[in-house]
Ligand binder design. Sequence first.
Ligand code: SER
Length: 732
Amino acid sequence: MQSKDIREAFLAFFESKKHKRLPSSSLIPSDKSVLLTIAGMLQFKPIFLGTDKAAYNRVTTCQKCVRVNDIEEVGKTTRHHTFFEMLGNFSFGDYFKEDAILFAWEFLTIKLKIKNEKLKIAVFKDDNEAFEIWNQKLGISKSEIYRLDEENNFWSAGPTGPCGPCSEIYYDFGMDKGCRKPDCAPGCDCERFLEIWNLVFIEFNRDEAGNLNPLPKKNIDTGMGLERITRVMQNAESNFDTDLFLPLIEAVLKLSRKNNSASVRVIADHCRAAAYLIADGVTPSNEERGYVLRRLIRRAVMHGKKLGIEAPFLWNIVSLVIAQGESFYPELRIQKDFIKSVILAEEKGFQTTLATGIELIEELFNKSEGKVISGVEVFKLHDTYGFPYELTQELAQKKGLKIDKKGFEVEMQKQRERARANVRIAKGGEGIVAKNETERAAMAAHHTATHLLHAALRQILGKHVFQSGSLVDPKHLRFDFSNPKAMTKKEIEQVEDLVNQKVRDNIEVDISEKSFDEAKKMGAMALFGEKYGERVRIIEINNFSIELCGGCHVRNTQEIKSFKIIKERAIAAGVRRIEAVTGKAAEEYIKHNLLEIEESKKKEEAKEKQKAEKKEKERGAQGLLEEATKVIQEIKGINVLAYQALNVDMKGLRVLGDAIKDKLQSGIILLASSEEQKCFFLVLVTDDLVKKGFKAGDLVKIMAKVCGGGGGGRPNKAEAGGRDPSKIEEAL
Ligand code: SER
């Protein structure tokens, strides 16, 4: 049986027992008490607690899960994973212990045809009821039913919340496997007994003080690891030797230059986890879920190094994870390019980090000289250089150095608080009390525009685009989404045009309430990590955009008036942020920009004008050249040119003077001009005449004096000014 057949057999079996088949929820849970979805029951927690009403009393799912508490075990054992699929059946106040046990037994022994004697049972030590059911109803001999303690057989999703005693079904690989101790039994850590199915009898809610309070109804939550049951059915040596892992393992082996089966398994495991996390919208970062993902990718890269794989490789082999899972989890197919590009970016980034980090660490270690390395330093490596804590710790250990873990955690906590404070500031817009109708309308316009933008991005860029964050206020909107690269100018324009087209199309915004199933059938976009009830609110904009949303919207797209993207940039690998404005804010933005454009246009024009005037004057001066050269006279064998130019300033005179001098091989040039009440004089003397004792400086002084001014200069060139233009002729 292939893993997909086992999955289907399970879901179909429980459907035949009147269970509703529901999809896996996202790995990003709506339950804030955990970072990631760790079990199939998580999406039903509010139903167990009685805060949500169940739409169906019996449900069956195959749930994507990530657990990192056993990360160190992965690869070392045959059965631990970070990512795994959990097959589950749930009863919300419907059947309880007896049916849960009978269903499980029927599925394993009749549907899957596993021999009774291969299955061993454990119950919570005080749970006589479960013990009796196994013994009396199913004829399991008393000696084959093990009573285990609270640690093994009392299940809860966390320190508080729904919980209860549980009964586990183990598969016995035989006496020749595992520790071989005569008293080896279910619950032993060795490899002989494999826990395949956990049946939890959820009947309590544990409060903060640790008290077990009875829940309003008794419930069933069961979980069977698909990887484990597949191993049993495929009679495989380990979970890694099943069809779920083999193609991936073979691909890693092909790339490896060294032998280390644990590293190969770690890579296969982490690669799966990374693919599914990214498909659900997690991107690598230094915080929370993003950090879990970063750690998984970086650990896989480090294990790659152990195998002699130096170049980025995960981004490529992740295709096999996608190929394996995409038919059941279409998000893998939709996000394929995104998954690959995020992993590649992280792999590349980590290579750089490693190179600089190792140097910094060496420096730090030398400085530390056998002492404990402070938490602040380790945090700096983590925060500033992205150097993983575990890696610093590993390297420090090798050097016999210790790390101040507490200090590091204190710094991490401080960072979290800073981040939270930032969010509060960034979210300030949401808290603005609308000055009560215009701001509300502006807010609604930005909100509806966000939906149009989301749909437009998916139409122009592709279906891999998913919202990963959004902020709406009366003045602008911010929209974060998955996209591997920067948008081109053309794409931005196309998106903007498409949204504006929808605004002009005068479309009624249709708001309705439907069941979640109906909404999904309509193709409504649900958001990652959002928890939706049985009835959902649907915002429909003419088939163009259908989203589940509880927010405040315009009644007609025309109310948005206009839409303008003002910024597009990266905020993380593979995540882009668009900032945009609508209506009055767009008008103001455009007005402001137009003013700026006009202002700079004016400046540009003034500059151009100045340039043109200058050119004109220069051209004028050149034009005067011909006229001026006509008045050359010979005085005592010396060429003398005395000329008054009209409307030429000093610069013009210089151009004219130089041009005449170029033409005149030998001579004295006396030029004058005026502008308003100012006179300008320029005298040039060619070098041969300078040698004969003529001095431009002396000549210019004489001329300037006539016009009530003064000046001077070198023997070959001198300039002067005067105040009485009427005397220029006389001076010349
Ligand atoms: N919640 C239980 C577990 O995770 C059974 O599904 O083991």
